[in-house]
Design a protein around this ligand. Structure first.
Ligand SMILES: Cc1cc2nc3c(=O)[nH]c(=O)nc-3n(C[C@H](O)[C@H](O)[C@H](O)COP(=O)(O)O)c2cc1C
Length: 148
């Protein structure tokens, strides 16, 4: 069983509710899960948990304000995390075209620059397709966690 930190980014609460639901389900599977609503670099550097980004996209493909400080600090400080496993769940809306789910791509770039290791394909959840992001996120996250 794995120790997992969920790094949330959310404007209207959808990604945060999804993250909380993931905590419930992953804990039921026996994992240890922490949900971070205002994540900072020290939340990453003071432990070795696997990292699961669960964020929505705002602006034009941007990271939500509560996740932005971590994103900026990762890029500026480059805290080295060689081989640290991470996964990405990103909520977006395909009507935004090229910026669809852009926040997930930004977080992926920032984590890869630290030397962390992406596990699995990014899960992109389209608000045009579903009103229940957790219905897609839960099975994806259970499978992702089982590979850690
Ligand atoms: C002002 C605004 C800007 C948005 N910009 C994007 C975007 O650039 N790309 C995208 O894929 N989705 C975009 N979205 C859609 C949201 O990411 C999507 O509705 C998501 O489910 C919201 O999740 P949340 O409740 O956690 O904030 C935007 C939504 C709003 C309201």
């Amino acid at each position: 069983m794995a120790a997992i930190r969920i790094l949330t980014g959310s404007v209207f609460g959808g990604a945060l509710l999804t993250a909380r639901r993931l905590r419930q389900e992953l804990e039921a599977d026996g994992h240890t899960v922490t949900v971070l609503e205002e994540p900072s670099v020290s939340d990453i550097t003071d432990n070795e948990d696997a990292l699961l980004v669960c964020t929505s996209t705002t602006g034009q493909g941007e990271v939500p304000p509560n996740l932005l400080p971590l994103y900026v600090d990762l890029r500026e400080q480059l805290p080295q995390q060689p081989g640290r496993p991470f996964g990405i769940i990103v909520l977006g809306d395909s009507s935004y075209g090229d910026s669809f789910c852009g926040a997930g791509d930004l977080m992926e770039e920032a984590l890869l620059e630290t030397g962390a290791s992406k596990q699995g394909e990014t899960l992109r959840i389209d608000a045009l397709e579903t009103m229940e992001p957790e219905a897609e996120a839960v099975p994806w996250a259970r499978a992702w966690a089982s590979q850690l």
